[in-house]
Design a protein around this ligand. Structure first.
Ligand SMILES: Cc1ncc(COP(=O)(O)O)c(C=O)c1O
Length: 264
C-alpha cells in the first residue's frame, strides 16, 4: 500500500481524476492540516474555513479535547460490535436524551442511515395502511434510496427511478398544503427544521408546531376535515437536522423522532 507523503495539490487532483468517482465538485486544493478555524494546503497556504464540513467541524478543526478523546479510545478499544455494552455509548445516549426531548437513541453510521431508520420506525409504529411520509421542497435527507426519495429535489431523483414509494411533498413552511396532503395513509411528517441545501431556509413561525396531533396541524377550516379523515390516530413527526440542534425547546413542538447527523 502507498504511504502518505506531502504531494503537491495538482498531483493529488490528478490522482483523484484517475481513481476517485467524480460525484462531488471540489476546490482544486489538497488540504493537509487544520487547526481551529484555519486549514492549510500542501503548498503551505492558509485558509480561513467558513464552511465547517457541513457541520462536522462545528468545534473547529482538531480541537485538542476531541483529539485526545479519540486517541485514547482508539488506543483502548477501536471497535466493539453491538453484541456488547460499553459505558461510553450508554453515557452518550444519556447525554443526547437529556439535552433533547428524552427517549432512547439508535446509533448508526450516517445522517442518511438515521433517516432510513426513522422512516422504518415511523412505518413500524403506525398501522400498516399508514405508510406515506410527507417531506418538504428544498429538503435534503441523504443519498441512500429512501433518503433520496424523501429529498424533495428533482435533481437528486434523475436517472434513479423507480424510487421508494410513499413520499409526498409539500412546499416548505406551507401548513395548508400539509393539511391537504394528510390522509388516512399518512404515517409521518418529516421536517428538516433549518434547511441547508441551496441556501439557509428558516421555517416560518409556528411551522414546527404543526402536526403534533390531527387537527392541530393548521389553523384553517380544513383542520376539522383532517381530523375526521385521520380519526383518532396520530401520525409521527420526524425532525431531522445535520447542522443545527434538535433541542430548540419550542412549546408544543417536540417531534416523535429526531435524527442527528454530521454535527454529532
Ligand atoms: C440536511 C442533511 N441531511 C442528511 C445528510 C446526510 O448525511 P450523511 O452524509 O451523514 O449521510 C446531509 C449531508 O450533508 C445533510 O446535510
Amino acid at each position: 500500500m502507498a504511504t502518505l507523503q506531502q504531494t503537491a495539490s495538482a498531483d493529488v487532483v490528478e490522482l483523484f481524476h484517475r481513481y476517485v468517482v467524480p460525484n462531488y465538485i471540489r476546490f482544486p486544493v489538497c488540504l493537509v492540516r487544520g487547526e481551529g478555524s484555519y486549514v492549510w494546503d500542501a503548498e503551505g497556504n492558509r485558509y480561513l474555513d467558513l464552511f465547517p464540513g457541513w457541520g462536522c467541524n462545528l468545534l473547529g478543526h482538531c480541537p485538542p479535547p476531541v483529539v485526545r478523546a479519540v486517541q485514547e479510545q482508539v488506543a483502548s478499544l477501536i471497535h466493539v460490535p453491538n453484541t456488547w455494552y460499553t459505558e461510553a455509548q450508554g453515557l452518550w445516549a444519556k447525554a443526547l436524551s437529556e439535552r433533547s426531548f428524552g427517549g432512547q437513541a439508535f446509533f448508526c453510521n450516517s445522517g442518511a442511515e438515521a433517516n432510513e431508520a426513522a422512516i422504518k420506525l415511523a412505518r413500524l409504529h403506525t398501522p400498516p395502511e399508514r405508510y406515506k411520509i410527507i417531506t418538504f421542497t428544498g429538503s435534503f435527507h441523504g443519498r441512500t434510496l429512501a433518503a433520496t426519495a424523501a429529498t424533495a429535489q428533482p435533481k437528486y431523483h434523475e436517472g434513479l427511478g423507480p424510487l421508494l414509494a410513499g413520499f409526498v411533498y409539500a412546499p416548505f413552511g406551507d401548513l395548508p398544503a400539509v393539511a391537504r396532503l394528510i390522509d388516512a395513509e399518512t404515517a409521518a411528517i418529516m421536517i428538516e427544521p433549518v434547511q441547508g441545501e441551496g441556501g439557509i431556509h428558516l421555517p416560518p413561525q409556528g411551522f414546527l408546531q404543526c402536526g403534533q396531533r390531527p387537527g392541530r396541524c393548521v389553523n384553517t377550516s380544513r383542520s376539522s376535515s383532517v381530523r375526521r379523515r385521520s380519526g383518532s390516530l396520530r401520525w409521527r413527526v420526524i425532525w431531522h437536522s445535520c447542522k443545527s440542534r434538535l433541542c430548540a425547546r419550542l412549546p408544543h413542538s417536540e417531534p416523535d423522532l429526531g435524527c442527528l447527523g454530521l454535527c454529532l
